[in-house]
Structure formats: C-alpha cells, structure tokens
Design a binder for this molecule. Structure first.
Ligand code: ZN
Length: 300
C-alpha cells in the first residue's frame, strides 16, 4: 500500500514556491534580481511564519506563484500595511493562494533597501505581521530606506532633467516698453547661441518666453551690477548630502551694460548647461581667452 502524497501545508501547495518579478510601465527600468534573490536567500534559511516555505527565483514572471511588481508609487495598500513602500497579502497555512499572489514594491530604493522591503513583504505572505519584528527585524513597521544614489550635480555634464527652458523676463516695471522689447531680443540672441551651437552640449535645449514666473525655470532680472550673476536652485533627489539636479535659476544681468545682455545671458547659460569647473571648459567666446571676442561677436 502506497501512501497518498499529501501536498505541503502552505497556501501554494508546492514544496518550492516560485518567485519572480515584473516592472510596471511607470517604474524605473532596472534589474531587481539581486534584491529579490537576496530576499529569497534570507527566507530560505529561516522557519519563521505560519508555514515553511522554500523559494526559487524564476526569471519568467508568468511562472511566478508570488509575483513582485515594482511600481512608481503605492498609494493604497488594502488597509493593512502602513509601509507605503511595499504592499503584500497576509497568507497563513490554511489560506489558498491565488495565482499569482502579488506583492507590490516601490522602485525608488537602493538594492539593499529594496531587499529589506521584499523581506518585509514576503514576511507578510508567510503570515507575519509587524509585531514579529523582535524575531525578524525587517518586519518592523518602518524599514530604513536609502534612495537610489544618483550622480551628483558637480559630476554631471548636463545638470538638468529637462531641455525645455521657459524664460520669464522680470523687469519689475524698471524699464520702458521699448527698452523691454530690445532686451527681450537680446536675451533671445543669447539663448540662441545654445540652441544652435549644440556641438558643445549633450542635450538639445529649447527656450521660449513665458508670461508668468510660476511657469518659468529661468528668470532673467535686470539689476545694478556689471555683467551677469546667477542664483540657482537644485534638488537633492537621493539619500546623500549633495545636490543632483537644477530646478530653476535666476539670472541677474547688469543694467549698466545693456548691450551685453545677449552675451551675458549666453555666458550664464553656458555655466548652467555645461556645468564646467571653470571658464576654460566653456567654448569661445566664453573661455576667457579673448577679451575682445565678446565685443566683436556680440555687438549689434
Ligand atoms: Zn508591513
């Protein structure tokens, strides 16, 4: 008499539980295999939870019994999980899994953090809740997360996430309407340098005037200084202390030399678009080599 094999007592009814992942269309397109496999290794050495499970990674998401979906943002998680970075069903021994059970994870985090989030969410699929964090620290209601490190602004050859530049000319009523249209023409000349001399840039910027400061990522203001100066605002988009990307900038062009507004605007844009360490890395006439170049090239 042969005993009838009984399926293993887990919601999936198999010895090995196949886990794969898929990347949603709005998610960062990168490989999550290292994080997923790391989390499976973690659980394959432990027995905590409502049932024993052995996980196998499958590269084909269609074969997965647990499918980990990487998404841009999780807004709602079934009323249970307060961790907005991941979401998973709670499954215990007596439950029957659907095919596949889906775990959702946000795409923003570095591999080590992503692995921790997956460990946490897989813990839920084994019936663990946040109370179990003394046994499994990753089950804590908050998991420390590190964002994907991004290239710091100082190391970027192009410091913007956009090539669409919306320019607001802020005259603050200080110039007449005739002067204003002259200035606008000059500013346009200045940015034209960068929209035509694209050999120097790895991106193809486009510029246009807009009617409100709110729409603009470049504001040009006239002030009492000589030449040009600028203030930029940049964002820190990862977990380090450095800034990664320009958000917007205000150029101050001097009212004492209005005929150089074109040159001065173009010079400032050169610094902001090419991110050079110093002027020698700028193309002429901005490279500081030719004192008279600017007068010849830019007078009109
Ligand atoms: Zn949780």
């Amino acid at each position: 008499m042969t005993p009838t094999p009984t399926p293993p007592e887990n919601p999936f009814g198999t010895e090995q539980i196949r886990v794969g992942y898929a990347v949603a269309e709005d998610a960062k397109n990168r490989s999550y295999e290292r994080a997923v496999v790391g989390a499976l290794d973690f659980w394959n050495n432990r027995t905590a939870g409502s049932y024993d499970a052995n996980y196998t990674f499958v590269s084909d998401p269609d074969e997965a019994q647990i499918l980990i979906r990487f998404v841009d943002t999780i807004t709602y998680c079934n009323g249970y999980d307060n961790l907005t970075v991941g979401c998973a069903p709670i499954l215990t021994k007596s439950d029957t899994a659907v095919s596949p059970e889906t775990v959702t994870i946000e795409d923003d985090y570095a591999v080590s953090s992503t692995r921790e989030i997956i460990i946490h969410e897989l813990g839920h699929t084994r019936g663990l809740d946040h109370e179990n964090h003394s046994e499994i620290p990753a089950m804590n209601a908050t998991v420390d997360t590190l964002l994907i490190p991004e290239q710091d602004l100082e190391n970027r050859s192009y410091g913007w996430n956009t090539t669409d530049f919306r320019v607001y000319f802020d005259t603050a009523g200080s110039v007449s309407s005739t002067e204003e249209s002259d200035y606008r023409r000059e500013i346009r000349e200045g940015w034209k340098y960068w929209s035509t001399e694209t050999d120097h840039l790895e991106a193809q910027p486009a510029f246009r005037f807009v009617d409100s400061k709110q729409e603009a990522n470049i504001v040009v203001k006239i002030d009492g200084h000589e030449g040009v100066r600028w203030e930029s605002w940049a964002l820190n988009t990862d977990s380090d202390d450095s800034l990664e990307v320009y958000e917007n900038v205000t150029l101050y062009v001097g009212e004492r030399n209005p005929e150089y507004i074109d040159y001065n605007t173009a010079l400032a844009l050169g610094y902001l678009l090419l991110n050079p360490e110093n002027e020698t890395q700028l193309p002429e006439p901005f490279d500081g080599d030719d004192e008279f170049g600017k007068a010849e090239r830019w007078s009109d």
